[in-house]
Design a protein around this ligand. Structure first.
Ligand code: ATP
Ligand code: MG
Length: 419
C-alpha cells in the first residue's frame, strides 16, 4: 500500500506516487501522465468511457452524453441533482465518484500497488466569497474519496503543491509567486522557498499568502463563445417586437462546459422553437435547434477551446462550423480573444496584486514567478501576471504536471511509503 497525490482538475487529472525518492505521475491513458476529466455515457447502454476515449467517442458522433468540467459542480446545488446519463439518471456526485474510482483503478493497475492514502488537491476557493459552500465542496470531495476506497484523505491547496514541485529545482532561498491558471480556477501563493526548507515537515511559516478566484480557461471559452460563436446561433439577435432581443440563458448554458447538457432537457427545444417564431432572423435559430437535435453542444465548445489554444501560438485561428451548415466558418484573431476576455485577465492580475498586499510584500520582494496550469499559455494572461511583478524572473513549470507532482511530494511527506 502507498500514498499518492491526486490532482482532480476541472479539465485534466493526474495521479502521482514517489518512486526512488522522486515524484512520478502515473501514465493514466496510454503514455499520457494526464487524463481529461471527462466521462462519456453511451446512450444505448454500450458502456462508460473516461478521458481522451470519452472525448473521442463523443466527437466521433456516438449517441450519448459527454460530461466535462465536473469539478465546477462541487460547491453548487447541482452536485446532488439528478441528470440523464445514457439510459440511467445519476447525480453529479455519482459521476465524479465513477470517474475518480476509474482513475484510481487504472493508477493501481499501472503502478502495481494499492493506494490507500491520498493528498487531494483543492483550489484556494472552490467557491468565491462563500466559506460554507467552500467547506461543503471539500467535504463532498472527501466523501467521494472515501467512497472510492481511500482510507486517509487530506488536502493541499494546488498552488502550494506547485511550489513544492518548483522548490526541487532551486539552489538558493527565494520568495516566489506561484500562479496556477487552470481550467476552472486561478490560484496564487506567495511562498518562501529553499533547498533547506524543502526538507522541513511543517511549512506553515513559509506560506506568506494564498488567494484564488474562480476564473479559468473554461471561462475564457465561455466568453469567446458568447462573443463570437453564439451570435451565429441567434444570441443577441432582434425579435419582431421592437426593442426585444432573444433570451440569453440558452446561449449562456450552451457556452458553459458544465451546463451544456441542460440544453437537451425536455422542453428546451420547444421553447426555442417558440422564440424562433418571434425572431427577425429565424435561420439563426435553425442552427441552434440543429445543435440541440444532434446534441453537438460539446463539439461547439471543443472547437472554441481549440481556437483559443491555437491563438496562444498564432495570431489568427479558423473555426469551422461546416458540420453545422455548409461554408459556415469564423476567423478569430488574437485581438478578438483579448477583446472578449481581457476583463478576465485583468481580474486575475488585480487579484494577484491584492494577494501581494495581503501577504505584506511588494512586487520588488518577489524573486520568481512560477507559472503552471494550461491557461498561463494565454499570451495576455501571461503578460498581465508579469506586469504585477516586473522585476521577477519568470519560470515556466510543468504546465499540466507541477501541481500533481507537488501533491505527490506532500503525500510522501505526510504518509511516507508503507510498501
Ligand atoms: N496552449 C494553450 N493556450 C491556452 N489555453 C490552454 C492551452 N493549453 C491548455 N489550455 C487551457 O488550459 C485549461 C486546462 O488547464 P489545466 O489542465 O491546468 O486545468 P485543471 O488543472 O484541469 O483545472 P483547475 O486546476 O482549474 O481545476 C483548459 O481551459 C485549456 O483550454
Ligand atoms: Mg489545476
Amino acid at each position: 500500500m502507498s500514498a499518492c497525490g491526486l490532482d482532480f482538475g476541472t479539465s485534466n487529472t493526474t495521479f502521482g506516487h514517489v518512486v526512488d525518492g522522486v515524484p512520478v505521475l502515473v501514465p493514466l491513458e496510454s503514455r499520457h501522465p494526464t487524463i481529461p476529466s471527462a466521462v462519456f455515457f453511451n446512450r444505448d447502454g454500450g458502456g462508460v468511457l473516461i478521458g481522451r476515449n470519452a472525448m473521442d467517442e463523443y466527437v466521433d458522433g456516438t449517441p450519448g452524453r459527454l460530461m466535462r468540467s465536473l469539478k465546477a459542480v462541487l460547491g453548487t446545488s447541482l452536485i446532488d441533482e439528478v441528470t440523464q446519463v445514457g439510459r440511467e439518471r445519476r447525480t453529479f456526485r455519482d459521476v465524479i465518484a465513477y470517474y475518480l474510482a476509474s482513475v484510481k483503478r487504472r493508477a493501481e493497475e499501472v503502478a502495481g500497488r494499492e493506494f490507500r492514502d491520498v493528498v487531494h488537491g483543492r483550489p484556494v476557493h472552490f467557491v468565491d466569497d462563500d466559506p460554507d459552500a467552500d467547506r461543503r465542496a471539500q467535504e463532498i470531495l472527501e466523501d467521494i474519496a472515501r467512497k472510492v476506497g481511500f482510507r486517509n484523505v487530506t488536502f493541499q491547496v494546488e498552488p502550494i503543491a506547485a511550489a513544492f514541485d518548483y522548490e526541487r529545482q532551486i539552489a538558493r532561498e527565494e520568495i516566489a509567486l506561484i500562479a496556477d491558471i487552470g481550467g476552472g480556477t486561478s490560484d496564487f501563493s506567495i511562498v518562501r522557498l529553499g533547498p533547506q526548507r524543502h526538507r522541513q515537515a511543517d511549512r506553515q511559516d513559509d506560506i506568506l499568502g494564498n488567494d484564488g478566484v474562480r476564473i479559468g480557461g473554461t471561462d475564457f471559452d465561455r466568453k469567446l463563445s458568447l462573443g463570437l460563436v453564439m451570435p451565429l446561433l441567434g444570441h443577441g439577435s432582434a425579435m419582431k417586437r421592437a426593442g426585444l432581443n432573444a433570451p440569453t440563458s440558452y446561449f449562456h448554458d450552451l457556452a458553459t462546459w458544465s451546463n451544456i447538457n441542460r440544453m437537451y432537457e425536455r422542453g428546451v427545444a420547444s421553447d426555442i422553437r417558440n422564440v424562433r417564431r418571434e425572431a427577425m432572423q429565424p435561420k439563426l435559430f435553425d442552427r441552434l435547434l440543429r445543435v440541440l437535435e444532434e446534441q453537438r453542444g460539446h463539439t461547439l465548445a471543443i472547437d472554441v477551446e481549440q481556437s483559443k489554444i491555437a491563438l496562444s501560438e498564432t495570431a489568427k485561428a479558423a473555426l469551422s462550423l461546416e458540420w453545422l451548415e455548409p461554408r459556415l466558418k469564423l476567423a478569430i484573431s488574437r485581438t478578438d480573444l483579448v477583446h472578449q476576455t481581457g476583463d478576465l485577465a485583468e481580474t486575475i492580475g488585480r487579484r494577484i496584486e491584492t494577494c501581494l498586499k495581503q501577504a505584506g510584500v511588494t512586487a520588488a520582494d518577489i524573486d520568481t514567478v512560477f507559472l503552471t496550469g494550461g491557461s498561463v499559455q494565454l499570451t495576455h494572461v501571461r503578460r498581465r501576471i508579469a506586469d504585477c511583478v516586473p522585476g521577477a524572473r519568470i519560470v515556466d513549470g510543468d504546465t499540466f504536471g507541477a501541481v500533481g507532482k507537488g501533491l505527490t511530494i506532500e503525500a510522501h511527506r505526510r504518509f511516507g511509503c508503507s510498501m
